[in-house]
Design a protein around this ligand. Structure first.
Ligand code: 13P
Length: 287
């Protein structure tokens, strides 16, 4: 069931758990994530970066595929189709294409410009029934060409953006896209706590979910995080399973070259990691 993320995140914040956003790259990714959410009776958010949207030939293709797949698989759990780290133009394209949720990442603009653009997009998104995520501070590392320095968000600026009526707020708290370096300082819970004090019931979003230790995830949820984004970890699980299949020479046995066989171990691996994350985030059975 395709819906905006508003209700599922409100419930998550009240229930002290988090909904996972898993980024998609193609049909196999989408199918594996949707089937797992249904099996575990969990709400889910499908994240689409602008790079992944382009790879899948455009946001219209993505929206049409997800809608049709949701229907053909008989998915009854709430599913939000969400633009990840959207530009101003990208947000309008996704609204037009039929996404149910958008993220406007104005974190690289001066705060006044971030506020002005976010405010305009909140009005447009809400009028059409979409949910909207905004960002303050920045997520370190690189994701599909979006590079951030990883500076922690200013809690007062978070309040200014939250007051615009966004449905969820991504705030940099020392989190990084991709693998964490060995000398990573960890999440800044002091910053997260200060942001939660200022923004109250606002569901907070933790980007860079790959590789954050379980106890830090639990603490982040206890301090108001209600959405956690995972991208790289699904890619690593897919890669590892595919590598094993090829290295075992299974593609050379019988019809092992059939793409449906070749991609199957990777798909099973994505299901496995999505299950692990949904259990960790506490969203299982919460649909
Ligand atoms: P990871 O790739 O580190 O899991 O981050 C995902 C993310 O934050 C998507 O916006």
């Amino acid at each position: 069931m395709l819906v905006s993320a508003t209700e599922m995140l409100k419930k998550a914040k009240e229930g002290h758990y988090a909904v996972g956003q898993f980024n998609i790259n193609n049909l196999e990714w989408t199918k594996s994530i949707l089937q797992t959410a249904q099996e575990l009776n969990s709400p889910v958010i499908l994240g689409v970066s602008e790079g992944a949207g382009k790879y899948m030939t455009g946001f219209n293709t993505v929206a049409a595929m997800v809608k049709a797949m949701d229907s053909d698989l008989g998915i009854t759990v709430p599913v939000a189709l969400h633009l990840d780290h959207g530009t101003y133009d990208g947000c309008y394209k996704c609204i037009k294409a039929g996404f149910t949720s958008i993220m406007f990442d104005g974190s690289h603009y001066p705060i006044d410009e971030n506020i002005a653009k976010t405010k305009e997009l909140v009005a447009v998104a809400h009028q059409l029934g979409l949910s909207i995520e905004a960002e303050v501070g920045s997520i370190g590392g690189e994701e599909d060409g979006v590079v951030g320095m990883g500076e922690c968000a200013d809690p007062d600026e978070c309040k200014q953006i939250a007051d615009l009526g966004v449905d969820m707020l991504a705030a940099g708290i020392g989190n990084i896209h991709g693998k964490y370096p060995a000398n990573w300082a960890g999440l800044s819970f002091e910053t997260l706590d200060a942001i939660q004090q200022k923004t109250g019931i606002m569901p907070l979003v933790l980007h860079g979910g790959t590789g954050i230790p379980d106890e830090m995830i639990a603490k982040a949820i206890s301090l108001g995080v209600a959405k956690i984004n995972v991208n790289t970890e699904c890619q690593l699980y897919f890669q590892e399973a595919t590598r094993k299949y090829i290295e075992a020479g299974k593609d050379l046995e019988g019809k092992g070259f059939d793409p449906r066989k070749l991609l199957a171990p990777g798909c099973e691996a994505i299901k496995e990691i999505v299950k692990i994350k949904m259990n960790l985030f506490g969203s299982v059975g919460k649909a």
